[in-house]
Ligand binder design. Structure first.
Ligand code: GNR
Ligand code: NI
Length: 181
C-alpha cells in the first residue's frame, strides 16, 4: 500500500475523462487499495483515480457514520443509471481543491452500476451523503469537478485562490505537510 501524491487544481489532468477499465486484475486492485490509503491519509470521504493522476474509471468511498469504523467501498467503471427528481444540497469540498467549499445541488438519490474488485457487475441504490459523494466521484471520472456546478463568479474566486496558493508553493502532496491558506 502507498499514499499517492494528489493532483491539485489548476491542473489540466482533472478535466480529462478517464478510460474504462478493461480487465479487473491485481494492478487495478492495488490501485484501489492505494487510493483508499491516500483518501484516509487526507481524511477524505471519496477519491477518484484521476486525483492521483491515473485516468482509469476507479473510485473509492467511505462515508462511515460511526467514528473509528472504516467502511471502504470500491467501484470500477461506475455509472449512474437512475437519479431522483428530488434534489438535495450539500456543502462540498474536494481533495484537489484544498480548503475550498461550496454548496452543490444534485439529485437526492441515485442508482449506480459498477464492477466490484472481482470484476462482477453490481448495482447500488444510494441516498444522502453517499449519493452526493458517488456523484462527485463519478463526475471526476468524466473530467467534471464540483466547481463546474456552481456560478462562474464563485468558481473564478476559488480558482484564483488556488492559483495563488500553488504559485506560493503552499500545497505539498503529503498529508502532514499540507498547508492551509
Ligand atoms: O472528502 C471529500 N468530502 C466531500 C464532501 C462533500 C461532498 C463530496 C466530498 S468528496 C471529497 C473528497 C474528494 O475530493 N473526492 O473526489
Ligand atoms: Ni473531489
Amino acid at each position: 500500500m502507498a499514499i499517492l501524491p494528489l493532483v491539485i487544481e489548476p491542473d489540466a489532468r482533472l478535466h480529462i475523462p478517464s478510460e474504462s477499465v478493461v480487465r479487473v486484475d491485481d494492478a487495478v486492485r492495488q490501485l484501489l487499495n492505494d487510493m483508499l490509503e491516500t483518501m484516509y491519509a487526507h481524511e477524505g470521504i471519496g477519491l477518484a483515480a484521476v486525483q492521483v493522476g491515473v485516468h482509469q474509471r476507479c473510485i473509492v468511498v467511505d462515508v462511515a457514520q460511526r467514528e473509528g469504523r472504516r467502511e471502504p467501498m470500491k467501484f470500477i467503471n461506475p455509472e449512474i443509471v437512475e437519479k431522483s427528481e428530488a434534489p438535495s444540497v450539500f456543502l462540498e469540498g474536494c481533495l484537489s481543491f484544498p480548503d475550498q467549499y461550496s454548496e452543490v445541488e444534485r439529485p437526492e438519490r441515485v442508482t449506480v452500476r459498477y464492477l466490484d474488485e472481482r470484476g462482477e457487475e453490481k448495482t447500488l441504490e444510494a441516498e444522502g451523503i453517499l449519493a452526493t459523494c458517488l456523484q462527485h466521484e463519478i463526475d471526476h471520472t468524466n473530467g467534471i469537478v464540483f466547481v463546474d456546478h456552481i456560478s462562474k463568479l464563485k468558481r473564478d474566486m476559488i480558482l484564483r485562490k488556488l492559483t495563488k496558493a500553488k504559485r506560493l508553493g503552499l500545497f505539498s502532496s503529503h498529508p502532514e505537510g499540507s498547508a492551509t491558506m
